[in-house]
Write a protein that binds this ligand. Structure first.
Ligand code: SF4
Length: 698
C-alpha cells in the first residue's frame, strides 16, 4: 500500500503517556497510515489507538476559522452542534478574534484564570503558564494533572524529592517482581502492558492489586481484588508483614531514608488479620504477597488513577513509596517507582510549570529567589514579571469554585474540556456559563467551547512542531506531517499573538526559541538541545552529557532531599468521602476504555475506534444484572446525589457485585454528571474512583 502515500514523518502518538514513536504516512494534506517505529518506549509497537486513531484530524468538525459568539446567540448552554454552529457563532479574522479575546482578558489581574493542556507541547505549556503569570501577575493556572496524578506527585515530591518516575517502565525487563496497583495498563497503557506480559513470560512474578478485575489477571502470580477504597489498609498490612518478619532492607533504610522508626511503629496496628474485613483479603494471601515482594532481587511498583483519584490519593502513594523504600527497591536496574502517566504530555506540561504552585522544574512560587530568577528572565517582555504573587494559585476545581464565588470572571482554556472532565460536571458547566468572558482554543467545538465567547482554531498533533515528555521522562520531538486545515494555527503562535495583544513584548518565531528560553531555567533539560532532539528524536532526562541518551534509573546515590535521604510518611486509613447507604447502596467507579480517549473529542471522531465502541456503556457483574432484572446489553439508570444517566449495561465478571464501572468518554451519558467533587487535601484531586450510586433497570 506504499502507493497510497508519498511522505513519511516521524512523530509521537497523541494519546497516552507511553509516548510511542510513530511514522505518519501522508499524501497531499492527508495522513493515510500510521506505523510504529523504534522509539525508546515502544520499539516499533502501537496499540489500536495509535495505529487507527489518527483520522480525527481530518474530521469535518475541525475548526478552520476563528469564531466569535453572535450578538443574537441564545443563552450559553450545551446547545451547539459542532457541525453546525452558525446560529451561535460567526466566523472572524484572526485579527478580530484575537483582539476580542484580548479585550476580555486585558488588565483584569486576578479575575483571569487559565487551563492549559497536557496534549500540547512542552513549549506551548511553558508559554501558557508564562502568559498567565507574566500577563496577570498571579498563579491561577493549572491543567489536567489535577484530575490525574496530582496526589502521586504530591507524595513523590514530599518523600523522594522529585515528581517523576524513578525508573522507566521498560526497566521491568530487569525486575523479578512487579506490583501493578490501581492501574489497568492493557486498556490504558497498552504498549507498556506488552512489556509487563513479556516479563511474566520470562518468569517474573506480577502482583496485580485492583478492586476491579482486569486482563493482566491472566498473567499475574497474585491477583488481589480488594475492597474499593481499602488501599491504605492493604498496603499497610503488606508492610506490617515485611516489618514483623524482619524482611526489611535495614542497610538501605539506615543509609538512604529518614523517619523509619515512626513508620515501623505506625505499621504495628495493621496486622493483616485485623484489616481483613476492611480489605476483603485474607491474611495468608497478604503475607504471601509481602514475602514475594520483600524477597525480590529487583522489584518495581506501577500505579494509576485507581491510586491517585481518591480523597486519600496522596496517602495511597505515600504507602507505595514506603513499601519500595523499606525493601531498598529504588535506584537499581529493575527497581523503582512508576506512576503511569495518562496524557501524552502530562509529565512535560507539569515540568514546564503548568501548575499553580510551581514554576518550571517544580520551583516553588513561594520562594523569593525563584520569583527573582523569573523576574530577571522575563524582564524584557513587560507585564508583571517582577510582581508574580508569592501565593499558590487556584487549582482546576478551585478555579471553577472561584467563578461561582464571583472572584474569577474570565478564563482562557486551551485544549481542556472541563464541561466533560470535571467532577460534578453540572457545577462546572454552570461556572462556564456564568463567566463574562471565555476564550477557548481547541481543534473541535468541544462541550466547553459551547460556552465560549471567542474560539481560536488550533493545529492538531500531526500539524505542528514541538517536544513532548512521556511517562519515562523521555523528551521526544513531534513533527508536522500535514498542514492545519483552513486558518487553524499552532498553539504556540496563538498564545504568543494573544500575549502580544495583552501587552507582552513576546517575539517568539518558532518553538525552538521557546525551548531555548526553557533551558535557561530548567536543569532537567541540561544537555538536551533542540538539535539533539531533531537528530536523536528522544533524550531521557537527566542526561549527563551531550552524548548521553539519558538515565533510565535515578536516585542510585541519594535523593534530592535534605541529606540526600528519602522519607517515610505514615498513612492512616481515611474512608471514602461518600459511603454507600440505603439510598445509594452501590459504588460507582469511572475510567477509560481501550478504544476511547478521555472526553472522547478525538476518538469518537475516529472511524475505526468509534465503530468498535459506538455506544455509551457501563459494566456490572452478571449476578448484579440478574438481581436488577436487566439482560446484558439492556439499559440501566445510574443516580448519585449529583445527577442521573441512562445507558447500556454490559455483563463483566471482573466488576465486584456492589460496583458499577462507567467510562467517561460519552457525552450522552457523561460519567462526571455523577462523580463526587470531594478533594484529596494535598493533591487537590477529586474522588473519581468512589461515589455512592443507585442502580436500577431503565
Ligand atoms: Fe499511543 Fe499509548 Fe497506544 Fe502507544 S500505547 S500507541 S502512546 S495510545
Amino acid at each position: 500500500d506504499s502507493a497510497a502515500w508519498d511522505r513519511e514523518t516521524k512523530s509521537i502518538c497523541p494519546f497516552c503517556g507511553v509516548g510511542c514513536q510513530v511514522s505518519l504516512k501522508s499524501r497531499g494534506d492527508r495522513i493515510v497510515k500510521v506505523d510504529g517505529i523504534d522509539g525508546p518506549a515502544n520499539e516499533g509497537r502501537l496499540c489500536v489507538k495509535g495505529r487507527f486513531g489518527f483520522d480525527y484530524i481530518h474530521h469535518p468538525h475541525r475548526l478552520t476559522m476563528p469564531l466569535i459568539r453572535r450578538d443574537d446567540a441564545p443563552p450559553k448552554g450545551l446547545n451547539v452542534d459542532p457541525g453546525d454552529w452558525s446560529s451561535v457563532f460567526r466566523e472572524a479574522s484572526w485579527d478580530e478574534a484575537l483582539e476580542a479575546a484580548a479585550n476580555g482578558l486585558r488588565g483584569r489581574g486576578r479575575a483571569v484564570a487559565g487551563f492549559g493542556s497536557a496534549k500540547c507541547s512542552n513549549e506551548e505549556a511553558y508559554l501558557f503558564q508564562k502568559f498567565i503569570r507574566q500577563g496577570f501577575g498571579h498563579n491561577n493556572v493549572d491543567h489536567c494533572t489535577r484530575l490525574c496524578h496530582a496526589s502521586s506527585v504530591a507524595a513523590l515530591l514530599e518523600n523522594v524529592g522529585s515528581g517523576a518516575v524513578t525508573a522507566t517502565f521498560n526497566e521491568i525487563e530487569n525486575a523479578d517482581v512487579a506490583i501493578v496497583i490501581g492501574a489497568n495498563p492493557v486498556e490504558n497503557h497498552p504498549v507498556a502492558a506488552t512489556y509487563f506480559k513479556q516479563f511474566t513470560k520470562r518468569g517474573g512474578k506480577l502482583i496485580v492489586l485492583d478492586p476491579r478485575g482486569q486482563a493482566l489477571r491472566r498473567h499475574a502470580s497474585h491477583m488481589l481484588q480488594f475492597r474499593p477504597g481499602a488501599d491504605v489498609a492493604l498496603l499497610n498490612a503488606i508492610m506490617h508483614v515485611i516489618a514483623e518478619e524482619d524482611l526489611v532492607d535495614r542497610q538501605y533504610v539506615a543509609a538512604m531514608t529518614e523517619n523509619w522508626e515512626a513508620q515501623r511503629e505506625h505499621l504495628r496496628g495493621f496486622a493483616p488479620e485485623k484489616v481483613a474485613d476492611l480489605t476483603g483479603i485474607d491474611a495468608e494471601t497478604v503475607r504471601d504477597v509481602a514475602r514475594t515482594f520483600a524477597g525480590a532481587r529487583s522489584a518495581m511498583i506501577f500505579w494509576g488513577m485507581g491510586i491517585s483519584q481518591h480523597v486519600h490519593g496522596t496517602d495511597n502513594s505515600r504507602c507505595l513509596i514506603s513499601l519500595a523504600l523499606m525493601c531498598g527497591q529504588i535506584g537499581r536496574p529493575g527497581a523503582g517507582l512508576h506512576p503511569l502517566r495518562g496524557q501524552n504530555n502530562v509529565q512535560g506540561a507539569s515540568d514546564a510549570g503548568l501548575i499553580p504552585m510551581f514554576l518550571p522544574d517544580y520551583a516553588s512560587v513561594l520562594s523569593e529567589d525563584v520569583r527573582a530568577r523569573y523576574a530577571d528572565l522575563w524582564a524584557g517582555d513587560g507585564g508583571h514579571a517582577g510582581e508574580i504573587l508569592a501565593e499558590k494559585g487556584l487549582t482546576v476545581t478551585e478555579i471553577l469554585d472561584g467563578v461561582h464565588a464571583g472572584d474569577i470572571g474570565a478564563m482562557y482554556i486551551l485544549g481542556e474540556n472541563p464541561a466533560m472532565s470535571d467532577p460534578d460536571v453540572d457545577h462546572a458547566r454552570a461556572a462556564l456559563a456564568s463567566l463574562d468572558h471565555l476564550v477557548v482554543q481547541d481543534i473541535f467545538l468541544t462541550e466547553t467551547a459551547n460556552y465560549a465567547d471567542v474560539i481560536l482554531p488550533a493545529a492538531a498533533f500531526a500539524e505542528k512542531t514541538g517536544t513532548v515528555t512521556n511517562t519515562n521522562r523521555q523528551v521526544q520531538m513531534g513533527r508536522p506531517a500535514v498542514p492545519p486545515p483552513g486558518e487553524a494555527r499552532e498553539d504556540w503562535w496563538i498564545t504568543t499573538e494573544l500575549a502580544r495583544r495583552c501587552g507582552l513584548d513576546w517575539r517568539y518565531t518558532h518553538p525552538r526559541d521557546v525551548f531555548g528560553e526553557m533551558k535557561q531555567v530548567m536543569n532537567s533539560l541540561s544537555n538536551i538541545t533542540w538539535t539533539r532532539l531533531e537528530h536523536e528524536n528522544a533524550v531521557t532526562y537527566p542526561s549527563l552529557s551531550e552524548t548521553d541518551p539519558g538515565q533510565p534509573i535515578v536516585f542510585a546515590d541519594g535523593f534530592p532531599r535534605p541529606e540526600g535521604r528519602a522519607r517515610f510518611t505514615p498513612a492512616e486509613v481515611v474512608p471514602a468521602d461518600e459511603v454507600p447507604d440505603a439510598d445509594y447502596p452501590m459504588i460507582l467507579t469511572t475510567g477509560r476504555q481501550l478504544e476511547h480517549w478521555h472526553t472522547g473529542s478525538m476518538t469518537r471522531r475516529s472511524a475505526v475506534l468509534d465503530r468498535i465502541e459506538p455506544e455509551a456503556n457501563c459494566s456490572l457483574h452478571p449476578a448484579t444484572l440478574r438481581r436488577l432484572g436487566v439482560a446484558a446489553g439492556g439499559h440501566v439508570r445510574l443516580t448519585t446525589r449529583r445527577g442521573t444517566v441512562t445507558l447500556m449495561a454490559r455483563a463483566d465478571r471482573a466488576v465486584a457485585l456492589d460496583m458499577v464501572f462507567l467510562p467517561f468518554a460519552y457525552v450522552e451519558a457523561a460519567a462526571n454528571l455523577l462523580t463526587n467533587p470531594a478533594l484529596d487535601p494535598y493533591g487537590k484531586i477529586p474522588e473519581f474512583k468512589f461515589s455512592a450510586v443507585h442502580v436500577e433497570a431503565a
